[in-house]
Write a protein that binds this ligand. Structure first.
Ligand SMILES: Cc1ncc(COP(=O)(O)O)c(C=O)c1O
Length: 423
């Protein structure tokens, strides 16, 4: 396949962008034949810089919930752009959005808006410390909460002080949670929890209800706050905070990614218990009152309330995971499809350096399906049952190619770099 535009852009980027690219799309994190640059998107599809179209199972790493360029959401955004976007202060949309989000999310009595998920998780941390006047947080090893100095997965450019006052436990392990809370003693400000185990490179796991309940109990016993980081999973697990599925309400929840279907806005939601702390911290940004993303968020929430998008995502996701497992088994491979089907991660058995996974996703890419070899993926409501059939057909051919080549696959040399690049 010729990728002349992509190649030329990479060369230009290498000169003017450190490392050629940074963050979750940094050079080297994906197979070499993956495009680095894209030119457009519509519904469930993206086009790379050379014009090749893919069914996109990354959905921009989550933000695409109802389809790229969803007409009603984008019309609301454009209408508000015409009226005013970044102004000296907010519009009434901010109050309406706070009202809508607190209606939708059971634990929430108030909302604060920001831009990225990291803004929201950092505000949650500050709110908990301000509210409790304590410093220590307990969080799970390997869980991603953003890229600020306190939580970025790689230490370059951070100090030990940035990362102080944090104790790590194992997700879903009550004994390890209890030990971490005991170690925090009377300084525990918050327990941070991912809605399910959605770490990179390893199988995902549903939240154990006993673990979630114990998080709640320990927070209550110690006077700490419970924070659920719903930046990634929010609105793909429930029309409420994702721990509503296990019947546990946090004090704070963090949201981002898809709440405006890709337009830039994120949120911290909280209960009455945390209101004072939230009101006391100084947080802001030049673009945080932007009105057009708030208009897009209101329209996205209307679709969340009035359509069967969630049931469709769950149904398509379950069929995709079952179909892939079956086809892989028929081709003689163990393929583990873990996590909720609408946010799946696919890993091959006996593939410690991901060479099978890398080969498989490259084969899928050449057949017009964009998958990720080690990060969870996302389904969107613009996908159709025919798209799922298309993925399954492409997988059948890709697995046949894997079977032919499996004996001679080269190791993925960048594995050490990959493991350090977890997001
Ligand atoms: C669970 C979780 N929390 C926080 C973040 C940070 O969000 P952002 O990249 O918008 O800063 C992410 C991003 O992937 C995430 O998945």
């Amino acid at each position: 396949m010729t990728r002349s535009h992509d190649k030329a852009l990479r060369e230009r980027a290498a000169a003017v962008i450190p490392g050629g690219m940074y963050g979750h799309q940094a050079v080297g994190l994906l197979p070499d034949d993956y495009p680095q640059f894209f030119s457009r998107a519509e519904g469930a599809h993206i086009w790379d810089a050379d014009g090749k179209r893919y069914l996109d199972l990354m959905c921009a790493y989550g933000p695409n919930l109802f389809g790229y360029g969803q007409p009603e959401i984008d019309a609301a955004y454009v209408r508000q752009l015409g009226l005013g976007d970044t102004l000296t202060g907010p519009t009434e949309l901010m109050v309406r959005l706070a009202e809508e989000m607190t209606l939708l999310v059971s634990h929430a009595d108030w909302a604060m808006f920001c831009k990225n998920g990291t803004d929201a998780t950092t505000m949650a941390l500050m709110t908990a410390r301000a509210q409790t006047r304590r410093k220590t947080i307990v969080r799970a090893k390997g869980a991603y909460h953003g890229a600020a100095p306190w939580c970025t997965p790689r230490p370059a450019g951070t100090t030990d002080t940035d990362r102080a006052h944090q104790i790590f436990c194992d997700y879903n392990d009550v004994a390890s949670l209890e030990a971490a809370v005991a170690q925090a003693g009377d300084d525990l400000a918050a327990i941070f929890a991912a809605p399910f185990k959605h770490d990179a490179f390893i199988d995902q796991a549903a939240p154990d209800a006993a673990y979630a309940r114990r998080c709640r109990e320990l927070a209550d016993q110690t006077g700490a706050l419970l924070i659920v980081d719903d930046v990634r999973a929010g609105l793909r697990m429930a029309r409420d905070c994702s721990w509503s599925v296990v019947g546990v309400e946090p004090d704070l929840s963090t949201w981002g990614k898809c709440i405006a279907n890709g337009h830039p806005i994120s949120a911290l939601l909280g209960s009455e218990k945390a209101r004072k702390g939230a009101a006391s911290i100084y947080v802001t940004g030049s673009f945080w009152y932007q009105a057009a993303p708030m208009a897009a968020a209101l329209e996205t929430l209307r679709l969340v309330r009035t359509t069967d998008y969630l049931e469709r995502l769950i149904g398509m996701g379950a069929r995709l995971s079952a179909g892939l497992t079956e086809r892989a088994a028929a081709a003689g491979f163990g393929l583990r499809c873990t996590g909720p089907g609408q946010m799946p991660l696919y890993l091959f058995d006996d593939d410690p350096d991901l060479r099978k996974g890398f080969f498989f996703v490259s084969q899928m890419l050449s057949r017009g399906v964009y998958l990720h070899p080690w990060h969870n993926m996302f389904l969107c409501a613009a996908m159709t049952e025919a798209d799922i059939d298309g993925v399954l057909n492409a997988a059948e051919d890709s697995l046949a190619a894997l079977k032919r080549e499996a004996g001679g696959l080269a190791p993925v040399e960048k594995l050490a770099f990959l493991a350090g690049g977890q997001r």
